[in-house]
Design a protein around this ligand. Sequence first.
Ligand code: FES
Length: 103
Amino acid sequence: DTAWTEAAALDDVPQDDVVGVTVAGRDVALYSVEGEVFATDNLCTHGNARLCDGFLEGHEIECPLHQGRFDVRDGSALCAPLTQGLRTYPVRIEQGKVYLQID
Ligand code: FES
């Protein structure tokens, strides 16, 4: 039994860019890629950097601190210095709002 939590208005997630939001007390990054929205933890798994301050290119988010890259679709770590993937959250869009499965 899984609840969906409202995270943002769809209009607040800029096209082909990333934004940081707080959802259920968590720091979450929302990405819009080619009209689809993805969600991951916002804090980099390598250090104290927020991915919403990074650079999104296609489905890859580059950390602003040491340029580690993650795939926003599954959170996988794509290159050094990253050794650990990011947690991702299922996304649902309904009536112009972004909902996450988060607990
Ligand atoms: Fe993100 Fe080092 S803190 S790559």
